[in-house]
Design a protein around this ligand. Structure first.
Ligand SMILES: *[C@@H]1O[C@H](CO)[C@@H](O)[C@H](O)[C@H]1NC(C)=O
Length: 480
């Protein structure tokens, strides 16, 4: 039967071809009845001068003829060859049943999605109300003496090093590159609430220290504590990864916000945001962002409201603005090796490692010219341009990882040995490197990321599925 129908349709198409193009459609109408629709272009007219003319009548007549033919063929009408009609019935019935079944399935799926959407809308509304409530809540009273450095606020974990007050840390946000704008006046301030602006004015009036003692809180790394585990990733994508906190957060995200990227996969784009460490530990993200470009490896960092990362299989650095959820800048890191050219010893395409310290944004990488030795470049956090570079004399692929504190690079010897050491440090101030031996623990024996977080004064690391942090102790700045 289908064969007959097909033959008929083919016949029509062939005929239609001869006089341009004809088409036959078959589909269920609203009541579920099978409908056949036949269209054919006018053999003489390019367009319809008016509808309902004699041509239309002709078409209608031909259409009803076809309808009769089709209904006869499908056996729905008397007069057709009885045998064929009888055989066609069950097949068509079956096709119809199948179609109806599929439709019902789709209907069910649609309803499920609608319910899900409703649920999400409800949750969004709840969150909006919660936000509203929080906004209307009065801020906790400010202690007048403690300056409102946003990177220190609310971070219960903050421990000023060397017993210096949090204030000293603030007043001496180092400014060694000689650039005239103090970090207290950085452009990020303009995005913050007016309260901050006012308090900022007060802060700048605090008299500067007399210079006889070191108040930066900066100094050489003396020791690294035992790792504290915050969270274990739940699937293979999280064997390697990067997690971070913005030391100078920008609204709408506060200083406690934790960001995380699981970096196993060929198209890493998910950036998870957690309201604080506690939520990270529980595994409840409050924000999931889909990055417009894929991320390469574990070198990403956050700073002043932007996520900085290396675009996959390129030396392109991207600044992704977290508030507007869009790319704010992109720039190639000149001559930088990428995608396995100059990784850390564990590989993993860790060619370009971004870092933030008291002096701003850094890239740690290598170039052909440096022959694989570690190059450190200070970057303009706005434009990603290289401001200044230093070439060290250790090969990047001999060290497990690096981090930067107060303009000094520290290299960890092994990523697998549970008891390893930091065996090299390079000081950008003196352009000198030297061997050291500071014990360091790889508790889970596969450390894929180590970064300094200056707001918390800790190291953050990703050790074999585990997000861990280390307390650190800094010594006094050495006399120059
Ligand atoms: C540090 O340790 C790594 C790995 O054992 C080694 O290759 C490198 O030469 C060491 N660097 C220094 C300065 O001792």
């Amino acid at each position: 039967m289908f064969f007959l129908l097909l033959l008929c349709v083919c016949g029509l198409l062939v005929r239609g071809d001869a006089q341009d193009r004809a088409a036959l459609w078959r589909g269920n109408d609203r009541s579920g009845r099978c409908q056949y629709t036949f269209t054919v272009p006018s053999p003489v007219e390019a367009s319809c001068p008016q509808t309902g003319g004699p041509e239309m009548e002709g078409l209608k007549a031909r259409l009803s003829m076809l309808e009769v033919l089709v209904s006869r063929l499908t056996g729905g009408d008397a007069g057709g060859p009885q045998g064929a009609g009888a055989r066609a019935q069950p097949e068509l019935q079956e096709a119809l049943t199948r179609a109806v079944g599929e439709r019902n399935l789709l209907q069910g799926e649609k309803e499920r999605l609608e319910r899900e959407l409703e649920g999400l809308q409800r949750r969004m509304e709840e969150m909006r109300r919660e936000t509203e409530k929080l906004k209307n809540k009065p801020c906790p009273p400010q202690t007048p003496v403690v300056p409102p450095n946003p990177s220190l606020q609310g971070s219960g974990l903050m421990r000023p090093a060397g017993g210096s007050s949090p204030m000293s840390h603030l007043m001496n946000r180092p400014n060694r590159q000689g650039d005239s704008s103090s970090s207290l006046r950085d452009s990020a301030w303009q995005y913050r609430s007016p309260d901050f602006q006012e308090l900022k004015a007060e802060v700048t009036e605090v008299p500067a220290p007399d210079g006889s003692e070191d108040n930066t809180g900066c100094g050489e790394l003396v020791s690294v504590g035992a790792p504290i585990t915050h969270r274990k990733a739940d699937n293979i994508e999280g064997k390697y990864g990067v997690w971070m906190q913005d030391p100078e957060s920008v609204s709408p995200y506060g200083p406690n916000m934790v960001w995380r990227i699981d970096t196993i996969g060929s198209d890493v784009r998910n950036l998870f945001g957690y309201e604080d460490m506690n939520q990270l530990s529980k595994g409840f993200p409050s924000k999931v962002l889909l990055l417009p470009e894929p991320v390469e490896s574990t070198g990403a960092t956050v700073y002043r409201g932007s996520l900085y990362f290396q675009r996959r299989r390129s030396r392109t650095l991207i600044r992704y603005d977290l508030a507007s959820e869009s790319i704010a800048a992109r720039r190639d890191l000149p001559h930088a090796g990428f995608h396995g050219q100059y990784p850390y010893s564990w590989g993993g395409y860790t060619d370009i490692d971004l870092a933030v310290d008291e002096q701003g944004l850094w890239a740690v990488y290598s170039t052909n010219k440096a022959k694989g030795a570690i190059v450190m470049s200070q970057l303009d956090p706005h434009s990603l341009e290289v401001k200044k570079s230093w070439e060290t004399n250790i090969r990047k692929n001999t060290v497990a990882n690096t981090f930067i504190i107060c303009g000094k690079l520290y290299a960890v010897a092994s990523y697998t040995a549970p008891d390893t050491i930091i065996n090299y440090t390079y000081d950008t101030e003196t352009s000198q490197g030297k061997a050291v031996a500071i014990p360091f623990r790889n508790k889970y024996r596969y450390n894929s990321m180590i970064d300094y977080n200056l707001a918390q004064r800790k190291l953050f690391a990703w050790d074999n599925f585990h997000m861990v942090s280390y307390d650190i102790r800094l010594g006094r700045q050495q006399a120059n």
